[in-house]
Design a protein around this ligand. Structure first.
Ligand code: CA
Ligand code: CA
Ligand code: CA
Length: 427
């Protein structure tokens, strides 16, 4: 308002001063060619986006770097590769974040500052899955039902159906079948690995038992069918999950009976041969028949029993793979978690692993929420990820639980906890 009343000479003075200052900074910048003006390193970005921050400095190959955030409007950010020349930064809140990097080049240290302005995104982001890229369930009692598959369906058509089931706020269940069966999906933005907080959740249909007949146990259980979660960052920025995968190391990964690099092959049943009764491991065997033969890389083999307790289609083999004689899956096999607490085969409790899986704890439980910081590489080493774009979930159990049949992970969707404003501290 009061600019109108400024005398003209003051405006002229202001202009002169501005020109003078601009010249000064030009001269200052020119005095040291290896130090371009700081303003050239300032970055503009949007929330839920990973940006690479560079020192823009020529330093020797032996130089060391130490990145840090010196001022932030919010703690909901991620800064990784803090000892590399280029660090990765992402934030879930808008504002100006000040970063500093200390460069030590053979004892000569210098500090550079970078300012990152995080703006609100222009397009509304989805809190849920935006695309299903792959769906390859193992055989199981809910295959061809969740999602529905008919004779003559192709892999593409079933994938499109799985996509329509999961890419909405209130999704529909899909079943991953026996051990190893999997689904791969992505989001329309990067899920940021906020430090000290859990970042996303895979939704399933796990629930706690109302009453466990065994009063001595303190573990939580009910229907827990742990799916192992893998994550990936779209490093090559092509929008496809063709980058390196990292596994979320849940509590079960550290248990003695867990088998890394487990591999299983299922064989298509002969449609002309009647299944043999009497298979299965539960005590209620009269409902079970030996059905899907499998072999693993531990020298074991067995049958997935056909379970008549439910009125399913009872066609366990994926209909869209009718011409394929076998399917092989690989992954981390978690210890069996189903216990016949009745002793008579009537009441099975599937004990939950403490944290770190899909379909293991109910969707409203903190321990169904995942911290990206739990990710490990294929050698079991912890990795630092600023965020992730893709998730893979596979069934981590190879188990028959009596009349319940084989244990199979179900997936109902996935959510970005930061976009939803859910604050769940890590373990
Ligand atoms: Ca986190
Ligand atoms: Ca389930
Ligand atoms: Ca990619």
């Amino acid at each position: 308002m009061h600019y109108r009343f400024l005398p003209n000479f003051r405006l002229v003075l202001l202009l002169l001063l501005t020109i003078l200052l601009a010249n000064c900074s030009d001269n200052g910048g020119g005095s040291d060619d290896s130090n371009p003006p700081i303003s050239s390193q300032d970055i503009n970005t949007t929330r839920f986006t990973i940006v690479e921050v560079n020192t823009n400095t020529v330093a020797g190959t032996e130089a060391t770097y130490n990145w840090s955030v010196t001022n932030a409007p919010s703690q909901n950010y991620s800064l990784v590769n803090t000892n590399a020349k280029e660090a990765l930064f992402a934030a879930t809140d808008t504002g100006i974040y000040e970063l500093a990097v200390v460069i030590n080049d053979k004892g000569a240290t210098q500090t550079k500052k970078i300012s990152i302005t995080v703006n609100k995104e222009t397009k509304e982001l989805k809190t849920f899955i935006s695309k299903v890229f792959d769906f390859r369930p193992a055989p199981g009692q809910f295959i061809n039902d969740l999602p529905a598959a008919n004779d003559g369906d192709t892999t593409e058509r079933v994938l499109a159906r799985a996509n329509s089931y999961l890419t909405k706020k209130n999704g529909d269940l899909i079943s991953l079948g026996g051990f190893g069966g999997y689904v791969v999906f992505g989001f329309d933005h990067t899920i940021v690995n906020v430090k000290g907080k859990r970042d996303f959740r895979v939704l399933g249909n796990a629930f706690w038992a109302d009453a466990n007949p065994n009063p001595d146990l303190t573990m939580r259980g009910g229907s827990s069918e742990a799916g192992v979660i893998m994550v990936s960052y779209d490093r090559n920025k092509n929008g496809l999950p063709d980058d390196e995968w990292y596994e979320i190391e849940g509590a079960g990964h550290k248990m003695a009976k867990t088998i890394a690099n487990y591999e299983i092959t299922y064989f298509r049943p002969d449609p002309n041969k009647k299944p043999v009764p009497g298979g299965g491991t539960g005590t209620v065997q009269f409902t079970d028949v030996e059905y899907i033969f499998w072999k693993d890389n531990q020298g074991k083999e067995g049958y997935m029993a056909q379970n008549n307790a439910y009125n399913h289609s009872l066609d366990y083999w994926p209909k869209w793979l009718k011409d394929q004689p076998s399917i092989t899956f690989k992954g981390t096999r978690l210890p069996d978690n189903a216990v016949d607490e009745s002793g008579t085969g009537s009441y099975f409790v599937q004990y939950a692993f403490l944290y770190g899986y899909a379909d293991n704890a109910p969707n409203n439980d903190d321990d169904s929420a995942i911290d990206i910081n739990w990710a490990i590489d294929k050698n079991g080493n912890k990795v630092q990820l600023a965020g992730i774009d893709f998730v893979k979930v596979y069934n981590g159990l190879n188990q028959q639980a009596g009349w319940l049949g084989e244990t199979s992970t179900e997936v109902l969707g996935a959510t970005d906890l930061h976009l939803l404003g859910e604050n769940i501290p890590t373990r």
